[in-house]
Write a protein that binds this ligand. Sequence first.
Ligand SMILES: Nc1nc2c(c(=O)[nH]1)N[C@H]1C(S)=C(S)[C@@H](COP(=O)(O)O)O[C@H]1N2
Ligand SMILES: [Mo]
Length: 188
Amino acid sequence: MTIGSPVEDVMDGRDAMLALGMNGEPLPFEHGFPVRMVVPGLYGFVSACKWIEDIELTTFDSYDPYWVKRGWARKAPIKTESRIDTPKPFARPKTGTVMIAGVAWAQHRGIDKVEVRIDDGPWQEAHLAAEDTRDTWRQWSLPWQATKGGHTLTVRATDRTGAVQTDRRTRTIPDGASGWHSVVVTVE
Ligand SMILES: Nc1nc2c(c(=O)[nH]1)N[C@H]1C(S)=C(S)[C@@H](COP(=O)(O)O)O[C@H]1N2
Ligand SMILES: [Mo]
């Protein structure tokens, strides 16, 4: 396994690390014992090499790491994304106040806004929980006065650069999935 990370991201002062331990203990083998990389803001396949034996300083032009040879992107910053964790897909909540909630992330940019849409209604701004750092997931919630029948709940996030999460759906290959997360529920 070889994984390539942009030097400018790793060295720009963010909490990029070579991790030797986790939760006060040596790294568990499945997470990369004896040492692995962790870089906030980059997907694992371009940053999180486990079981490291050596590190080489080279260029993207002169070397293709494992996943690049298989059609994945050379560079893959984490996309601005959000998801609905509750209610669950196909849940059957009762009419009245239903709390819609989930997480949003845009590592190393930070989340500034999360909006939720019921069916084709207007976007409503959700409440954001306190931000730990701009590299951590941000919880959000929105109380909804649920009315009887089937409804589609959709979420989108805006990061601190002002970029709104794209509605363009892509698969994980080549550089991470995108699109808006929706959940269909039936209110009884
Ligand atoms: N040596 C090695 N490191 C690797 C991988 C791998 O296959 N081999 N997979 C990467 C990917 S794609 C991810 S998402 C993370 C997952 O590991 P974690 O669950 O411990 O974070 O490891 C990364 N590091
Ligand atoms: Mo991954």
